[in-house]
Design a protein around this ligand. Structure first.
Ligand code: FNR
Length: 195
């Protein structure tokens, strides 16, 4: 059966390097794997426990995100770095996803691979470190390696926004292969037949 990797970008910017990276990644997956990029995280309202109390399923945008994650075998999250941490839009989504809901705690036990691109020279090292910590807290199964830190992101894409860096393409392909393997290894065991 085909495994589905859902890719989330931690940026809302129309020309986001992180979304472009994920778009390139969807074409670099091994056979038997299907990867899609989630629309964006803008539809998830700002987290507020009052909203949660009013409706445990959460606002519509949050429900759609939870649904997409619950249906995926694994996640690939590409984060920008804002002030040495992940952007608030991504943290906000993770705060929603960390909560019990009628759709369950959708990050608990979910295989996740983390990467990121930034315009600076360190390629989101600190943002990824904080993202990993939050994901661990949510019970996600975070792929330990390989890591992929894309520095000087603007230089890696052509005028059409396509990935134009052969060594990054190779690293991204290896990363997606590893993410697929990790997702398969971490998959929950099939339910046992009743005896
Ligand atoms: C940045 N940027 C940035 N880059 C970096 O390498 N380390 C950092 O700490 C920061 N801090 C930071 C704060 C804020 C508020 C902004 C808006 C930007 C630059 C950032 O890497 C760049 O804008 C990327 O292009 C963002 O990713 P997307 O939107 O292209 O995916």
């Amino acid at each position: 059966p085909t495994r589905h990797l859902l890719c989330l970008a931690g940026s809302l910017r129309r020309e986001s390097w992180n979304r472009r990276l994920l778009q390139a990644a969807t074409g670099l997956v091994p056979a038997g794997v299907h990867a899609t990029v989630f629309a964006d995280l803008a539809a998830a309202a700002l987290f507020d426990e009052d909203l949660e109390q009013a409706d445990p399923a959460g606002p519509a945008g949050v429900r759609a995100l939870r649904q997409a994650i619950a249906a995926a075998d694994g996640l690939v999250i590409a984060t920008p770095e804002y002030n040495h941490a992940m952007p608030g839009v991504l943290k906000n989504a993770l705060d929603w996803l960390s909560r019990e809901s009628p759709q369950g705690e959708v990050l608990a036990g979910k295989p996740v691979a983390v990467l990121g691109a930034s315009s600076g020279p360190w390629g989101t090292r600190l943002a990824q470190a904080s993202l990993r910590q939050v994901l661990h807290t949510c019970g996600a199964l975070v792929m330990p390696s390989p890591t992929l830190y894309v520095a000087h992101a603007a230089q890696r894409f052509d005028a059409q926004g396509d990935l134009a860096d052969a060594s990054l393409r190779a690293a991204l392909s290896a990363f997606m292969g590893a993410a697929a393997t990790w997702t398969a290894r971490m998959a929950p065991p099939p339910a046992r037949e009743p005896v």
